[in-house]
Design a protein around this ligand. Structure first.
Ligand code: NAD
Length: 369
């Protein structure tokens, strides 16, 4: 059985040989940028696990963001990472000491990359330490948690951003622009399929107390977020159906497979699948009166592949997390917004839909948003 990491790495293998010869900030510029000499977003990563490792590696190619600090409960990891990324000991913390980041001018932001149910408390503590918060998705395990995070960061006067890397991904951005320009005509239908075979039954992703749910929290959220940015509207109703084939593995509160439908104000309907028990599900399809786009893979680490009725999408692949972190630095220091927001409010919108999906399953009713 393949793990999530195997799955995502399969999607990214062809990216490995690609040289990072250019400044990622140049990607959208007409002419190559001057060497960058503006402010650098100095970031500490909290949670040195699988995705934290990927972000750290990608940040080595950033021009506007830099990995300068670490937060981990495992001393041996801190030693290894310090050596690898040349991080001073004074910028390393554990989960008991990281409130002291408040007194560390070397760190501007903390990127929270721990299990889902731990994001909220960490975000509140980081905001209290007057540092910007970047949280992985899902930003919390329900909309109420997300809103508490938004309120706390607002009160502290710090940014709260969510790790929505697809909002910086060139092919995704191009498709959103095509839709905004009306190139697909009046939209009718979106289909999102997000899933993989989860593997190891003992991992935190299958523990409700740490994951907050199951596949929906982890991978189904890509179809929710994707439906919103592909259609360009907020859904007004949700229906959903759950299938559980392995109740021993996917215990109470941990969803294995959910099919859900979203209705949008213009009449567009989305039909989506979220699963931890099927392979090769990473596909978006959007159709309108004048055109269509199909993307597969649509949200893996890339390269993203896609075609429209006009032909293949040819925008370059750049490591998503490199673009994301440079883009977030630009947002914080220059106020440059990505095509789709990556702020806390955006995260809360997805969590409200997740709450509604779980409610629709529980009640068997159509839930109005
Ligand atoms: P992981 O298990 O590989 O790493 C989690 C890290 O958190 C580990 O270093 C672990 O030691 C640490 N941790 C701290 N407290 C813990 C506790 N009480 N229990 C368990 N671990 C604890 O997981 P991951 O794949 O890195 O996922 C971390 C977060 O990143 C999740 O919220 C996930 O949704 C998100 N993620 C996002 C993407 C993306 O593409 N944006 C991809 C993968 C994961």
């Amino acid at each position: 059985m393949s793990s999530r990491r195997d799955f995502l790495e399969k999607l990214t293998v062809s990216a490995i040989g690609l040289p990072l010869l250019y400044n990622s900030a140049d990607l959208f510029a007409a002419t190559p940028a001057e060497p960058y000499d503006g402010p650098i977003l100095k970031v500490a990563i909290m949670g040195l696990g699988g995705y934290g490792s990927r972000v750290a590696e990608a940040m080595q190619s950033c021009t506007r963001a830099k990995l300068v600090g670490l937060i981990s409960g495992t001393p041996s990891k801190l030693v290894k990472w310090r050596e690898k990324y040349d991080i001073p000991e004074k910028n390393c913390y554990n989960y008991e000491t990281y409130d002291q980041i408040k007194d560390n001018p070397d760190i501007d932001a903390v990127y929270i990359i721990t299990p889902n149910a731990l994001h909220k408390e960490a975000a509140l503590r980081v905001a209290k330490a007057d540092k910007h918060v970047i949280s992985e998705k899902p930003m919390g395990i329900n909309a109420q948690e997300g809103q508490e995070m938004v309120d706390a960061c607002k009160a502290a006067g710090v940014h709260l951003l969510v790790g929505y890397r697809m909002h910086f991904e060139p092919k995704t951005v191009a498709v959103i622009k095509m839709r905004q320009n009306g190139e697909f005509g009046k939209l009718n239908f979106f289909q999102g399929q997000s899933g993989f075979d989860i593997g190891d039954p003992t991992q935190w992703r299958l523990d409700k107390s740490l994951a907050g749910g199951g596949a929906m929290m982890d991978i189904g959220i890509y179809s929710i977020n994707g439906a919103r940015y592909m259609v360009g509207e907020e859904p007004i109703w949700v229906t959903a159906q759950e299938t559980k084939t392995e109740p021993e593995k996917f215990k109470e509160g941990v969803d294995e497979t959910i099919q859900f439908q979203l209705g949008f104000p213009s009449g567009v309907v989305a039909s989506c699948l979220s699963t931890y028990n099927m392979s090769y599900l990473d596909r978006f399809f959007l159709t309108g009166d004048d055109g269509f786009v199909e993307m597969q893979p649509s949200t893996g680490y890339g390269p993203i592949e896609g075609r429209t009725n006009k032909g293949k999408l040819t925008q370059p692949h750049v490591t998503h997390q490199t673009l994301q972190m440079d883009g977030m630095a630009q947002l914080i220091y220059e106020g440059v917004q990505p095509i789709v927001p990556v702020d806390g409010e955006e995260g809360v919108k997805d969590l409200k839909i997740i709450d509604a999906i779980y409610k629709a399953i529980e009640t068997g009713e159509k839930v109005t948003l």
